[in-house]
Ligand binder design. Structure first.
Ligand SMILES: C[S@@+](CC[C@H](N)C(=O)[O-])C[C@H]1O[C@@H](n2cnc3c(N)ncnc32)[C@H](O)[C@@H]1O
Length: 190
């Protein structure tokens, strides 16, 4: 994951709460816990849930939930502040919850900051996910993003250890922080 861009967003938007869908082993959860704000992470697989819960036991600001991200979000979302960052990374099973997660965020928290992992980046060679629904790209999610948001991608000059693409969605138009390339916005975070 791209720690520097996440940290910049958390500071810039004064994020008060973080939600991660798809905990897996809790590696990214551990990173998010370092910001000292509440972190809720949701995992559908019992084995992953147990392992992550054990490894995050010492992180007092983290709550690990077992269940389908969409069902758990239904319970969590009414209590979340508008300054919430969502890290959407739940996939690998037959049901891909991404569009349902975004629909819920768009309806309840349109000012949220959203990061989608494993996303196809135009003009770049980052890896991305592909399912029977198609690639994880902007065509798949555009209509379920918040109405007035800006979305952008990582630039290839960034240090990206995993080489996986991400989509960043913010509630304003941070023209000072992104650059335009062929109509597509990219981060300028060094
Ligand atoms: C790519 S891994 C997450 C990696 C983790 N976010 C990280 O950065 O280390 C995807 C995880 O999503 C979980 N998952 C898949 N569908 C889910 C759903 N509907 N609700 C919650 N978790 C789900 C999988 O079991 C798997 O552990």
């Amino acid at each position: 994951m791209v720690e520097r861009e996440c940290a910049r967003l958390i500071e810039r938007y004064a994020i008060e709460h973080i939600i991660e869908t798809g905990t897996y082993k809790g590696t990214t959860t551990r990173f998010f816990s370092s910001f000292g704000i509440p972190v809720d992470t949701i995992e559908i697989d019992q084995t992953n849930f147990s392992e992550a819960s054990a490894s995050l036991r010492d992180a007092s600001n983290v709550t690990v939930h077992i269940g389908n991200s969409v069902s758990v979000l239904q319970t969590l979302i009414p209590k979340l502040p508008s300054r919430t960052l969502f890290y959407l990374d739940a996939h690998w099973h037959s049901y891909w919850p991404l569009r349902d997660e975004l629909t819920m965020i768009r309806e309840h928290l349109p000012q949220a900051v959203i990061i989608i992992d494993d996303f196809k980046t135009p003009f770049r060679n980052y890896n991305f996910d592909c399912y029977i629904q198609g690639p994880c790209d902007i065509n798949y999610v555009r209509d379920v993003l918040p109405n007035t948001c800006t979305y952008y991608y990582l630039n290839k000059t960034l240090r990206v250890p995993t080489g996986v693409g991400k989509l960043f969605v913010v509630p304003d138009t941070p023209s000072d922080l992104v650059q335009l390339e062929n109509g597509v916005l990219f981060s300028t975070t060094p």
